[in-house]
Design a protein. Structure first.
Length: 311
C-alpha cells in the first residue's frame, strides 16, 4: 500500500470513527454559554439579594444547578430547532447543522442535564427551587421553542419569561419562596427582552423570513417593530428604576438606573427614526449591544449594594 493510499484509508477510518461524536467544545456550544453566563449572573444576584442566608456550598450548588438547567434548555432548543438553524446564517455553525453532533445525541445530553439539575437542586437545596427550575426549562423548551417561536410574532414577548425566571429561582434557593422583590427582578428582564431581541430581528429579518419564523419584523413589518421597540423601552425605563422606588435599592442605584434608562430610550428612539440603509442597521446594532450592557450594569449595581450592605 502506498503512502497516499494509507493516508486516504486513515482519513476514511477517522471520518467513520468521528461520525456523530462531537468534541468537548461542541457539547459546550450546545449549552449556549453566552446565554448561560447571563443566567448565572442574574440568578446569583437573586440569590444574594434574598433575605436570610444559605450555606456557601449550597449556594454554589444552586447556581451550578441553575447554570446546568440553562444549558439543558439550550441543548434541547438546538435539538428541536436544528431545521431552522441550518437555514439561518447566524446559526448555521451550531453543532447539529454543522454535522458535529446528531440530534439524538443533543436530545439525550439535554435531557440528562435537565433531570440531573432539577433533582440535584431539589434534593440538596429545596424542592420549591427545584420545581421552579423544572418549570423554567419546560417553559423555554416546550412553551417557547416548540410552540410560540413558530406560531406567533409575540413569541419573544411571552417566551421571554423563561429568561427572566433565573433570579427568582436564585431567590427561591435561599427562601423556598418568591416575593415582590424577586418578581421585580423578573419584570426587569421580561420587559428588557423584547426590545433587545427585536433590535436583532430587524437586521436579521431575512434569516427569520427564510426560516419561516414569524418574528415581528417578518409578520408586522419593520415600521411596526420600531414602534414596539420604542413602546417597550418607554416602559422599561421606569421598571428598571423600580428597585429604588420599592425601597430595596439605594438612591445611587436610582440615579444610575435613570441615566441608563434614558440612554436605552435614546437608542430606541434612534432605531425608530433611522429606517433605511446602513444608518438603520447601525442603530439596531447599537441598541442590541447597549441593551446587554444595560441589563448587566443594573444587576451589577444591585449586587454591589447587596455586598456592601452585608459587609
Amino acid at each position: 500500500m502506498s503512502l497516499v493510499e494509507r493516508q486516504d484509508t486513515i482519513s476514511q477510518d477517522s471520518a467513520v470513527w468521528n461520525g456523530g461524536m462531537g468534541s468537548v467544545s461542541d457539547y459546550v456550544a450546545l449549552l449556549k454559554p453566552r446565554v448561560m453566563s447571563l443566567v448565572i449572573f442574574t440568578a446569583f444576584v437573586g440569590l444574594m439579594l434574598a433575605p436570610g442566608s444559605v450555606h456557601p456550598v449550597l449556594g454554589g450548588v444552586a447556581i451550578l444547578c441553575i447554570a446546568i438547567g440553562a444549558g439543558a434548555s439550550g441543548a434541547l432548543n438546538m435539538w428541536y430547532d436544528a431545521d431552522i438553524d441550518e437555514i439561518m446564517s447566524r446559526t448555521q455553525k451550531r453543532p447539529i447543522p454543522a454535522g458535529k453532533i446528531t440530534g439524538e445525541e443533543a436530545f439525550a445530553f439535554g435531557m440528562t442535564l435537565a433531570v440531573g439539575s432539577v433533582v440535584t437542586l431539589g434534593l440538596l437545596v429545596n424542592w420549591f427551587a427545584g420545581a421552579f427550575l423544572a418549570f423554567t426549562i419546560f417553559f423555554y423548551v416546550v412553551i417557547y421553542t416548540m410552540w410560540l417561536k413558530r406560531s406567533t410574532p409575540q413569541n419573544i414577548v411571552i417566551g421571554g419569561a423563561a429568561g427572566a425566571f433565573p433570579p427568582m429561582v436564585g431567590w427561591a434557593s435561599v427562601t423556598g419562596s418568591v416575593s415582590l422583590e424577586s418578581f421585580v427582578l423578573f419584570l426587569i428582564i421580561f420587559m428588557w427582552t423584547p426590545p433587545h431581541f427585536w433590535a436583532l430581528a430587524l437586521f436579521k429579518s431575512g434569516d427569520y423570513r427564510a426560516a419561516g419564523v414569524p418574528m415581528l419584523p417578518v409578520v408586522a413589518g419593520e415600521t411596526s417593530t420600531r414602534h414596539h421597540i420604542l413602546a417597550y423601552s418607554l416602559i422599561l425605563a421606569p421598571v428598571g428604576m423600580s428597585p429604588y422606588f420599592l425601597g430595596f435599592a439605594s438612591p445611587v442605584y436610582g440615579a444610575a438606573s435613570a441615566v441608563l434608562g434614558l440612554a436605552f430610550l435614546a437608542l430606541a428612539a434612534n432605531v425608530w427614526r433611522r429606517r433605511e440603509g446602513d444608518e438603520a442597521r447601525k442603530a439596531c446594532v447599537n441598541l442590541f449591544k447597549f441593551s446587554i450592557f444595560y441589563l448587566f450594569l443594573l444587576f451589577a449595581l444591585l449586587l454591589g449594594e447587596s455586598l456592601v450592605a452585608g459587609a
